[in-house]
Design a protein around this ligand. Structure first.
Ligand SMILES: [Zn+2]
Length: 229
C-alpha cells in the first residue's frame, strides 16, 4: 500500500475496500479534469496504464502515470503518488472523509459507518442540515384513524339528515329517480343541511379536524350546505 489515510476512519474498512473496487479510475480522472493518454496496448499487458499532465506541478510533458486497473497514480516529476482517495484529496484539496464521501457518491457504494448502521453518503444529503419538522398546533394534528372516524360520523349525520328531510328525499325520488331506501342507504347518500357545524361547535378538536378534512370551511360553515352528498 502506497498511501495511508491520515483522517480518523468513520466508515468501515470494508466500505473503503468496496469504494476502491467500485471506483472507475478513468471516470474519476475525467471528472477531476485529468486528461489521460493510453500507454502501450493489450498485447504488452499494459492496457490499463495511462499518462497525463500532472495537476500537482507545472507539467509540460505528461509525467503522471496512472494505473487504472490498480487505481493508483504516481508522478515522475514531483513524486506525488497514492490511491483514488489520495487523488481526490489532493486535486480537490479536501480531507480523507470528504474524499470517501465523494467517491462513495461517484461509485454508488453505500458507506457503512463504524456503528454498523448503513447510510448512503450522498454529498448533498450530508451538506444539507437536518430540518426539524415544523411544530404544528396540537389541535391541527390528527391521526388517519381520527380522520376516518370523523368522516364516518359526518356521513352518519348526513344520512340522518336525509331521513329527516322529506324535501331532500323527495328531490332524490323525483329528480334522480331513486326510490329504493336500500339504494339510498347503500350509497350512503346524505343531506348536508348545515347542522353539522352546530353539532361539533362545542368540540374544538373535532371542529379543526372537520376543517382540515374540508367538511367545514375556514369560517366554520359546512361546505356542502344544501347539497346531497
Ligand atoms: Zn507531478
Amino acid at each position: 500500500m502506497t498511501y495511508t489515510s491520515t483522517g480518523s476512519a468513520r466508515v468501515t474498512k470494508d466500505t473503503i475496500t468496496r469504494i476502491k473496487a467500485g471506483t472507475d479510475m478513468l471516470a474519476l480522472c475525467d471528472r477531476l479534469g485529468i486528461e489521460l493518454k493510453r500507454q502501450g496496448n493489450a498485447s504488452t499487458g499494459s492496457a490499463s496504464r495511462y499518462m497525463a499532465r500532472c495537476p500537482f506541478h507545472e507539467d509540460k510533458t505528461p509525467s503522471l502515470s496512472v494505473n487504472a486497473g490498480k487505481g493508483l497514480f504516481h508522478c515522475f516529476g514531483c513524486g506525488e503518488k497514492g490511491d483514488v482517495f489520495a487523488l481526490v484529496e489532493k486535486v480537490k484539496g479536501i480531507g480523507f472523509q470528504e474524499a470517501v464521501r465523494y467517491l462513495a457518491d461517484l461509485s454508488g457504494v453505500t458507506a457503512v459507518p463504524e456503528t454498523g448502521i448503513p447510510r448512503t453518503l450522498s454529498a448533498a444529503a450530508l451538506e444539507a442540515p437536518q430540518r426539524e419538522p415544523e411544530a404544528r398546533p396540537v389541535e391541527a394534528t390528527f391521526t388517519d384513524k381520527e380522520r376516518q372516524e370523523a368522516l364516518s360520523r359526518v356521513v352518519a349525520v348526513y344520512e340522518t339528515n336525509l331521513a329527516a328531510s322529506p324535501e331532500a328525499e323527495e328531490y332524490l325520488r323525483k329528480t334522480r329517480g331513486i326510490t329504493d331506501n336500500q339504494v339510498i342507504r347503500y350509497f350512503r347518500t346524505g343531506y348536508a343541511n348545515g347542522n353539522l357545524e352546530k353539532r361539533v361547535a362545542a368540540d374544538s378538536r373535532q371542529y379543526h379536524l372537520l376543517q382540515e378534512l374540508g367538511i367545514l370551511n375556514g369560517q366554520g360553515r359546512e361546505v356542502f350546505t344544501g347539497c346531497l352528498v
